[in-house]
Design a protein around this ligand. Sequence first.
Ligand code: KG4
Ligand code: ZN
Length: 339
Amino acid sequence: MKTDQIVMGIETSCDETAVAILKNGREILSNVVASQIESHKRFGGVVPEIASRHHVEEITMVIEEAMNKANVTYDDIDAIAVTEGPGLVGALLIGVNAAKALSFAHGIPLVGVHHIAGHIYANRILTEFKFPLLSLVVSGGHTELVLMEEHGVFKVIGETRDDAAGEAYDKVARTLQLPYPGGPHIDRLAHEGTPSIKLPRAWLEEGSYDFSFSGLKSAVINTLHNAEQRGENIEPKDLAASFQESVIEVLVSKTMKAAVEFDVKQVLLAGGVAANKGLRRSLEESFASVKEVELIIPPLELCTDNAAMIAAVGSVMFEKGRKSDYSLNANPGLDIELS
Ligand code: KG4
Ligand code: ZN
């Protein structure tokens, strides 16, 4: 008798074509990611049409590779989870249609999932969730604090009012003429410099868990331009270090405050910016003294976009009885609280 639950995850919301096979919601049998970064680099950002075209070219091979690496057949798969949103509509459509085709051809249940729920569930591959928990989500498109009291139910207690953290990293990197995506380059430079340049911190009103990064981004750009006009020299590494310090201080401080207020058992870090070395270290240092809260930080390959995280949330949703029908469509503006 078959007792293990096997879920395939498919992720194509942005510039990675990814397919994974996950056993019992937590054990990775395969996790294949085909990155398109090289194709988008020369444009300084993701070009939606190019992303869609790459997904079409890659998806079949990536599915095959994930199946082979996991050593499973379609008879073994209990559900196919796919990112239905948010993301680029043309990119999402490729994954959604591939998932629908496989579901229809092999009679396997289909589960549409939210991309950010996936980033959060990347953490469950490491450790079983204990509720209530708080997740700091920091990606290229999102920056939010998400509270969970049970599996599959998400409450956003704070979010960015303008730029996402990753977006701010990428824009500042572009100003410093660093390649796309800029986050890892700023992170590397920041560790070589000192945070000697005064930059603002957007705390917003007392008690708010919202974020704002556009003022900080403008301050960095103004600092550079003013120095240029005065003929002064600013060390990019010091500017990177100062920018990174400002971002991290606000993220970590609001996360700590919310963790205490909501009396959570775990704090999870999620999203591409979770790969940031400075952020990881600062969270570890800050939560070291808060013994009642367990801090979970995924390994780098589970921070950036992947499909193991999509299978991880799909596994839980499927257990809860979630099943999508063939009207499932790409939804670029999907709300995590309604997902
Ligand atoms: O989650 P993700 O892979 O894609 C989205 O769903 O948006 O996040 C990508 C973002 C990019 O903005 C990238 O610059 C940023 O994550 N990122 C980093 C680092 N690694 C990736 N930002 C800061 N430090 C890093 N080490
Ligand atoms: Zn992502």
